[in-house]
Design a binder for this molecule. Sequence first.
Ligand SMILES: [Fe+2]
Length: 387
Amino acid sequence: MYSKEEEIKQLKRQLEIEHTKLQHVYSISREAIDILTSQKGDKLNLILQVIVNKATEDLDSEIGSILLFEPKSNVMTMHAAKGLEEDIIKETHLKTGERISGWVAQHKEAILVLDVEKDPRFARRSHERYYTKSLISAPIKINHKVLGVINVNNKRNRQPYEQEDLDLLEALAAQSALVISNVNLYNELQELYMNTIEALTEAVNARDHYTKSHSEHVTQYAVAIAKEMGLSKHEIEVVERAGKLHDIGKIGVHDYILTKPGKLTEEEWENVKTHALKGAKILEPLGFLDGVIEVVRQHHERYNGKGYPDNKQAGEIRIEARIMAVADAFDAMTTERPYARALTKEEAIGELKKESGKQFDPEVVEAFLRVLGKKHEWGIKAKGEQD
Ligand SMILES: [Fe+2]
């Protein structure tokens, strides 16, 4: 029997543990959201690393790791680790049942091992290099399916782990399972949305033959300019994606306007102009396309502030959008349109020079002229569109 005082002490301790668990769930969720909505690659492993860091920190341990099963296989590899050397992380491949992690995955239960050398389950299995004899390990599972294992060992104070340590690790394992299924869901959704966007782009392209190769040409020119100007890898990627998607908002512009031979009325022109904003709105749910969305919105802004939709000027306009404007105009000018003949390459270059510093960023125009000088093979005979 516990005395009243001991009972209260126990309860207080229990409360502290629950509080710590909640804090973990909260801070991991926050960091997971930050990573998911960032431009960072390999989001899953980044989030798992956050969990491993938390686990080792709060369990005051030197070593921690998360192993996950490879898709459709019974082999686990290490996705996040702390305190282990790079070659161990890379070379670890464990089958179900193999060593401690494999045992935990097979039996689907968390374990606290006080002395790994004396434990009959592992006495002859363990070849891992442990500085201390005690370790804890918990399966990461959704419903009854084991996705992997989280391990912690080498307590800094060299004491064996206790039941409450294992409880905390199990909470982190549950959190890991949630993260994994969320990341998978997120990826599937992004893929689904991206496919929808591609289908929409196709639909826009199919509406009139002028638009068909326009996006491709604009992308080619714009990427070449971006490279010529020494933009970063990320910026070039934004240029490439935005090039393909820049006119996606035309899905919301009337057919008869897009294909109208002859001059547009004021009202029709206003309708065409909505496509920049509409395009940005369509792409909005794709968080990872942040920069791309801005470029789509800004691709008709002008260097002198007289463009649309926001009348931004010069440096207020993203560099990728200033590039897109030149590439877009050049392809449109050199293409036969319902209401205008195609300009020759020289005539179009003349127009770019004339508008340099007004409609276009002079540095972008210069870079494009250098690109055109190098690429004689670009005969610019492509079919384009009307703006
Ligand atoms: Fe456009």
